[in-house]
Design a protein around this ligand. Structure first.
Ligand SMILES: Cc1cc2nc3c(=O)[nH]c(=O)nc-3n(C[C@H](O)[C@H](O)[C@H](O)COP(=O)(O)O)c2cc1C
Length: 190
């Protein structure tokens, strides 16, 4: 079955990302068309990229990179739950994305973002990165408003319409992740 990893995109104390990612996981787990697992960046402590070779070479020297590579390689597609930090994404998330290359390629990715304007600028940042990693970023996304979908900016209370938005995004992620399986197989055999 298609395996989708849901990435918890921030690591600071009191983060909202864990609540949002768990909400996505709860919605996804009610579906029967794929398997879903949380990938918490707190469980994959990575220093600032410290590999001597570019990630696209896949010649990893460090144990933390090899472990991160094995984690990401096991999935067919991803949902990234990311806040907006200074009109971009958290450095810890960018670093985690930068660490690998082929483990991301030919896989679909959908976005759940939040911020003052739904994390829209973080989502656009992620789409630029996904293009360079040769990921298929889906159009449907979930944009959560800090004012409307959180109480006091910390208590996550998503609007009723947001579950439907999450499922619409998941529909596309699963369809494209599954459709790209032969492309991934051909790339692995080359
Ligand atoms: C370093 C930092 C920068 C931020 N910059 C923005 C921003 O540019 N735009 C925005 O809408 N919200 C911004 N925020 C607010 C965050 O989107 C909000 O606090 C969010 O809950 C942070 O996610 P987290 O709790 O998972 O870390 C920023 C927050 C932090 C900590």
């Amino acid at each position: 079955m298609t395996r989708i990893g849901i990435i918890v995109g921030s690591t600071r104390p009191n983060r909202n990302s864990e609540k949002v990612a768990r909400w996505v996981h709860d919605i996804a787990s009610q579906r029967g068309d794929a398997e879903f697992e949380l990938i918490d960046l707190r469980d994959h402590t990575l220093p600032h990229l410290d590999e001597p070779m570019p990630p696209s070479y896949g010649q990893y020297q460090n144990e933390h990179t090899k472990q991160w590579s094995a984690t990401i390689a096991a999935f067919d597609g991803f949902v990234i739950a990311s806040p907006e930090y200074n009109h971009g994404i958290p450095g810890v998330l960018k670093n985690a994305l930068d660490y690998l290359y082929t483990e991301w390629t030919n896989k679909a990715v959908g976005f759940v973002t939040w911020g003052a304007v739904g994390g829209a600028r973080a989502a656009e940042h992620l789409r630029t990165i996904a293009g360079e990693l040769q990921m298929a970023d889906v159009r449907r996304q979930v944009t959560l408003s800090l004012a409307a979908d959180f109480e006091h900016y910390t208590e996550f209370a998503p609007g009723d319409h947001q579950a439907a938005a999450a499922n619409a995004m998941l529909d596309q992620v699963i369809t494209w992740s599954t459709a790209l399986a032969p492309v991934r197989a051909a790339a692995a055999a080359a």
